[in-house]
Design a protein around this ligand. Sequence first.
Ligand code: HEM
Length: 205
Amino acid sequence: MKSRWFPRLMFALGAIPFFWLAWRWHHHQLGINAVETVARYTGDWTIRFLMLTLAITPLRHIPGLQALARLRRMAGLYTFFYATLHALHYWARDVQWNWQIIQEDLTYRRFFIAGMIAWTLMIPLAATSFDRAIRWMGGRRWRLLHKLIYVTAVAGVVHYLWQGKTATLDPIGYSALLAILLGARMALYWRRTRRMRSPKPHPAG
Ligand code: HEM
């Protein structure tokens, strides 16, 4: 597949969950508790795109999968898009912009605090996800800033674990997946630093 088409395909695929939700909403197909359905649906797609974004870096090291690197930005932007939808839906439809409830959530409820940390840290990442921002910041500073995605991922999974409503293994499954992805990232980092530190063979020897 031509790599030019790869991000476009990802753009089209990533929009499907949104249009499916819009279709269900328009046709009143969201069940008895539509607010909860939307909260869960958008939360689930946020965490899926988050895991996909993190998986791309280790996967692209597998021979033949290098082209995946071109999808990382799109996957990251979709994570932010679904997280924003998820949070806005909660504030607008669940608590209807009741600032007292929002303030209490963010002061006393650890579940919301973790979600908010995850979402807030994504704002600078989304804002600097364009080529011009990379040029303006310089590669080193940009890469350092984008390490925040790991903090977002941990906070996002903790938010899911602390939700505590759903009696399923999903939050534990996502925690295990995150541990594997972070482990793979660390292994790649150690391999790179070891290579950089190991002395180059002397041309004469
Ligand atoms: C990166 C950020 C976030 C991620 C990855 C995330 C992910 C999730 C996930 C996976 C669920 C559980 C869905 C299910 O039960 O199947 C959930 C539930 C929920 N999240 Fe988030 N979330 C994030 C940020 C936020 C923020 C900022 C808010 C609001 C301020 C929020 C409000 C909620 C609420 C109210 C629920 C409960 C839905 C229900 O069961 O009624 N989340 N979230």
